[in-house]
Design a binder for this molecule. Structure first.
Ligand code: ATP
Ligand code: MG
Length: 434
């Protein structure tokens, strides 16, 4: 009671930070309402029209202010999920632990979140019989909502109707200084959610920002906390990192922060493959390039590259021991996937794609008869071909084979027959000539 009063008098926010709300009017922030998607704009206008507060928040505001195209738009409001649901016709409530509303336009979904407060002892929390939180819909004020976000640049609120940015924690200043700063006490925030350490690395690499010294300092000593994070959440976060368009930079920074050994098996795999290092580096750079060019990237393809060298080693070992090529490759694939399963937590749903990409690799070395034509028709040809190019780039396969396949696709179909490789052709040509 007294503590609350003191806080009120001193205006000390949750976590002890002292939020000073700054308003940035139109001429000072450089954002334009047109850069907001039509769907997000409609959601904001509908909620404001219903008498509620509504702002674009989080990554979209950060990315726009940093001159980047946002991935998607999130809206924060003081309306409860039920109130949002009632105001926005095509919308549905999702989530159990913390309910959010998906507002649906024809090709876009905007996530609408009610301002969240701190989890206090008196909070409206429910757990199931195992103690797992099933509901902690702790709504809060806008100020509390800002305070529970991770970095200052992620806690900016943009009102596209008034065209102003609201900033409680100096996020605009940090953005201009290209600095990533944790809100509140960084060590405490990492303890609450160790995944924030990975987010710190991802955002600093993606935005090209330096971490503020106090945000960076605790990471080294707190890295072990990642061991307590459920595997599936870690997997999701590493996937975000690998698909951020800055995977190569992220991996370098994770190494610099001491955030990989024994904590993130997927990364140990990336960083500890002396033979495959060049291959993986090229694969990550290739992934980054594709994402920046807005081309699709499949996680299955990426995992296939990460696991290729273990597969290759086992394949070669089996062939040296006298096994036939294809059966040896299939055994090596199965064994590698099984061996990595427990450690890496790559979900089984990616197995089929990885196996297809790997299983097609020997077929690129067969360039006679009907086989190249059949390979070209294979539904997974494109991915397998891209994979083969990476192998050639890293010196594992002769460049000449890669170039041949590139030409083979590009020449007019009637010229393909003439490209079939001479020394592999005689058997068939002789038969035809007779
Ligand atoms: P992007 O979507 O580009 O990866 P983002 O900042 O939008 O970046 P999201 O994971 O979509 O990241 O989260 C949206 C917002 O929710 C963040 O900007 C941040 O304010 C808040 N947030 C997300 N995860 C956390 C977390 N672990 N701790 C605190 N706040 C978080
Ligand atoms: Mg986002």
């Amino acid at each position: 009671m007294i503590a609350t009063l003191i806080k009120k008098v001193l205006r000390i926010g949750p976590r002890g930070a002292v939020p000073k709300l700054k308003h940035y009017p139109a001429e000072t922030h450089g954002l334009h309402p047109e850069s907001i998607s039509a769907c997000a704009m409609r959601v904001v206008k509908t909620l404001q029209g219903g008498g509620f507060k509504a702002y674009i928040v989080g990554g979209a505001v950060r990315d726009l202010l940093a001159g980047r195209e946002p991935k998607d738009f999130d809206v924060a409001t003081d309306a409860t999920p039920e109130q949002v649901r009632r105001l926005i016709r095509r919308s549905r409530i999702i989530g159990r632990r913390f309910q959010i509303v998906h507002a649906i336009c024809h090709d876009e979904v905007v996530e609408v979140t009610t301002f969240r407060g701190e989890n206090r002892e008196d909070a409206n929390q429910q757990t199931d019989e195992h103690g797992r939180l099933t509901r902690d819909n702790v709504f809060g004020s806008m100020e509390e909502d800002a305070a529970r976000r991770d970095f200052t640049v992620n806690a900016l609120y943009y009102d596209p109707v008034r065209n102003e940015v609201l900033d409680y924690f100096n996020g605009v200043a940090d953005l201009r200084a290209r600095r990533l700063t944790m809100i509140g006490d960084p060590a405490q925030r990492y303890r609450e959610d160790p995944v924030r350490m990975l987010r710190a690395v991802r955002f600093s690499a993606k935005l090209g920002f330096e971490m503020d010294a106090s945000t960076r300092a605790p990471i080294h000593n707190m890295a072990d906390l990642l061991l307590n994070v459920p595997e599936s959440r870690l997997f999701d976060e590493i996937l975000k990192l690998l698909l951020s368009g800055h995977a190569h930079a992220c991996v370098g920074r994770l190494r610099a922060e001491g955030l990989h050994h024994d904590l993130l098996p997927l990364l140990d795999l990336i960083l500890d493959q002396p033979q495959g290092e060049r291959f993986i580096r090229q694969s990550l750079e290739n992934t980054d390039r594709r994402i920046l060019e807005d081309k699709p990237v499949s996680p299955g393809f990426l995992f296939a590259t990460l696991l290729w060298h273990p597969v290759l080693d086992d394949w070669k070992r089996r062939m040296a021991a006298g096994e036939k090529s294809m059966p040896a490759l299939f055994s090596a694939m199965g064994e590698t996937l099984e061996a990595q399963r427990k450690k890496l937590a790559i979900p089984r749903r990616y197995d089929a794609v990885m196996k297809e990409i790997w299983g097609l690799q020997p077929r690129f070395e067969q360039r006679s008869g009907q086989r190249p034509f059949r390979l070209l028709e294979h539904p997974r040809f494109r991915a397998a071909y891209d994979f083969m190019l990476l192998r050639a780039d890293s010196g594992e396969l002769p460049e000449e084979i890669a170039d041949w396949w590139t030409d083979f696709q590009q020449v007019p179909p009637e010229e393909r027959e003439a490209m079939l490789v001479e020394e592999e052709r005689p058997k068939r040509s002789r038969r035809r000539r007779r």
